[in-house]
Design a protein around this ligand. Structure first.
Ligand code: F0G
Length: 481
């Protein structure tokens, strides 16, 4: 929830008390420089002991509730028939309205099963936007991902409330061009992660569903960030102001044929599942579950996580939980925009995103501006962010480098983890960096893995700019900062 102060300022308010904490440390810039070099200028390869605020991701890093932790204590560790699974299946029935649940160890495992069963070589998969693992799995199965977003989607500074919408004309075109039989399914990602956590509207979801079903194509929802998308529908879509998040989620699910999710995000647990009311679709996937994931009642997850997810699903549709991250993201984005720093607007779910192309206009895509800015943020603040740009975009099949549509640095705001002073600190250091942006140069790969290169790739700064940036920082803040 947000609170209006007596001076008129609106601030996000934590609707929880902190009962357990984890110590964090802020190491000096010289140590951060050494850590960054050892990590090959890739924030994924940092050790958390060198990180002050971990804003890499909101995946599996949210604070769990007392009720989630309590549920973990009563997990039923059985290979088959675990009661914990039936609690999850009941949550899926109540919160999503789906009767059939296939548990998997995390979101990408769901994508793997979906790709294995529904994506044939030569197929196309239209979607509002891809996620890294989604594209990898669908392409490995021989499919082609078609992003059919609206013209607004890639404009980082915008006031359009639903930049995650599918362009309906493009959907018609895809079906017309390739034929319905070549379309594996239509995928809608609830708050499109890679373009700034931007939601789609209920109206768009309904239209997409109607077009897909007219052609006998099923609609698949990536529900990893479903509660945030529902929160934005409540905030931004006419007619939903007074509808409960719970009812918005149920309506969204009623429009899809099947959903899958990473339980590491909105659910504040770890794990995932696929769910549907369509028994025929379910039966096609079911035989593969024990091959890749585990038996039907744990799917590769620990039963403790199954319990935590069962509770997390019920909690994520409470207004204060659905908005816990989104309200801090909005505050963060508004503070940056006040200082004319190019952040993605409107604020989305999961993270505050900074447009690295606009921040570092002198750098070309293949100098990896988002990777460079992400490294620079760590050097000057100890905050770990994530590159979401060209480094996160794998080469085309013929080996050519592909510039990402947008070059973003993601400051994830895991749910209920960070406080206002953490956000203020981040804003302050980003402002300092913006004033010293001329010191930030490009990166080049020293090791480039063949797939999902952003995870394990190593890079180095051109002309040793990292050390020069740290020198300038020390000159302003002192040698021990
Ligand atoms: N779909 C979306 C929209 C995601 O954001 C993610 C993961 C996945 C699928 C894959 O799920 O990680 O459980 O296998 N996003 C994480 C992130 C990794 O940092 O944004 P997973």
């Amino acid at each position: 929830m947000s609170i209006r102060l007596s001076n008129g300022k609106v601030i996000p308010m934590e609707m929880h008390k902190i009962k357990i904490v984890q110590k964090t440390t802020l190491s000096p810039a010289a140590a951060r420089l050494a850590a960054m070099a050892a990590a090959g200028y890739n924030t994924f390869l940092l050790r958390t002991r060198d990180v002050f605020l971990d804003m890499l991701t909101d995946s599996g890093t949210n604070a769990m509730s007392d009720n989630q932790l309590a549920a973990m204590m009563v997990a039923d560790d059985a290979y088959a028939g675990s009661e914990s699974f039936y609690k999850l299946a009941d949550s899926v029935k109540d919160i999503f309205g789906y009767q059939h649940t296939l548990p998997v160890h995390q979101g990408r495992a769901a994508e793997h099963l979906l790709a294995k069963v529904f994506v044939k070589p030569g197929d196309v998969i239209p979607m509002n936007y891809h996620f890294t693992t989604t594209r990898a799995h669908f392409e490995l199965a021989g499919g082609k991902v078609l992003e059919i977003y609206t013209d607004e989607a890639l404009k980082t500074e915008s006031s359009v409330p639903f930049k995650g919408n599918i362009d309906l004309d493009k959907l018609h075109d895809v079906i017309h061009t390739y034929g319905a039989e070549k379309v594996s399914f239509v995928r809608m990602e609830a708050t499109t992660n890679l373009i700034g956590g931007q939601p789609f509207s209920m109206a768009n979801l309904r239209d997409v569903k109607n077009i897909a079903s007219e052609h006998g194509i099923f609609l698949l929802l990536d529900a990893s960030l479903i509660s945030e998308n529902a929160y934005f529908i409540k905030q931004r879509e006419q007619g939903y102001e007074n509808v409960l998040i719970k009812d918005i989620v149920l309506e969204m699910m009623s429009l899809a044929d099947m959903c899958y999710l990473s339980g590491r995000k909105s659910c504040s647990a770890r794990g995932g599942f696929i769910a549907t009311n369509n028994k025929e679709l379910f039966d096609r996937m079911a035989p593969w579950l024990p091959v890749y994931e585990g038996f039907f009642t744990y799917g590769g997850m620990s039963t403790k996580e199954v319990e935590a997810m069962a509770v997390g699903m019920r909690e994520m549709v409470e207004f204060d939980v659905a908005g816990a991250s989104a309200q801090f993201v909005k505050y963060f984005v508004d503070r940056l925009v006040e200082s004319r720093i190019p952040a993605v607007t409107p604020p989305g779910g999961l993270a505050c995103h900074v447009d690295a192309h606009k921040f570092l206009p002198g750098l070309q895509s293949l100098e990896y501006p988002a990777g460079a800015l992400s490294a620079a943020v760590f050097l000057t603040s100890g905050i770990r962010t994530m590159e979401r740009g060209t480094i996160s975009t794998d080469r085309a099949l013929d080996g050519t480098e592909m510039a990402a549509d947008v070059e973003l640095v993601r400051f994830a705001v895991p749910r209920r983890v960070y406080t206002m002073s953490h956000v203020e600190y981040a804003v302050d250091r980003v402002k300092w960096l913006y004033d010293h942006r001329d010191l930030i140069g490009g990166l080049k790969f020293t090791y480039e893995p063949p797939v999902l290169r952003f995870f394990l790739g190593k890079l180095e700064p051109k002309d040793n700019w990292g050390a020069k940036l740290v020198q300038a920082f020390q000159a302003d803040f002192g040698p021990d900062c």
